[in-house]
Design a protein around this ligand. Structure first.
Ligand code: FES
Length: 144
């Protein structure tokens, strides 16, 4: 009796799915259970832009690996946080009028200096991201 390896078995299944056109049907299922390896957090610092791009009291949402980051120019200086709410992972945004970070999903409010919870259901502060200014350019993340 001939035994087949796991790799051979998967290859056969893949060929059967391709031949029958079921690949298109199963691809989303496979992608759900085995998502492509997207970076959670970039290894290198990410350029946000020039310091002048964010006036005091304003914020910018930027791509940061798999999830966006929120960079805020507060009266006490620039701050960067993951834009993912610590409650159920909705994306937070800056409310310049309130001068608070707001999660629209369940009315979570965070203060801008430490990312701490002011009110609402979020169980913990927003994840802070290291920030550095080099030659007037803002970088977030990385080993700094
Ligand atoms: S997901 Fe942000 S408050 Fe619920």
């Amino acid at each position: 009796m001939t035994s087949i390896t796991r790799r051979d078995f998967l290859k056969i299944i893949k060929q059967i799915l391709a031949a029958t056109g079921l690949t298109a049907l199963f691809s989303p299922v496979v992608a759900f259970f085995y998502p492509p390896s997207l970076e959670e957090t970039p290894a290198d610092p990410v350029l946000v832009g020039a310091v002048d791009d964010i006036p005091q009291g304003e914020a910018l949402t930027v791509a940061f690996g798999r999830y966006p980051a929120l960079v805020i120019n507060t009266e006490q200086g620039l701050r960067a946080y993951s834009a993912v709410c610590t409650h159920f992972a909705c994306l937070v945004d800056w409310d310049a009028g309130l001068e608070q970070i707001v999660c629209p999903c369940h009315e979570g409010y965070f203060e801008p200096l430490e990312g701490g919870v002011i009110s609402g259901p979020p169980p913990s502060p927003l994840e802070s991201i290291p920030l550095e200014i080099v030659d007037g350019e803002i970088y977030i993340g990385g080993a700094s």
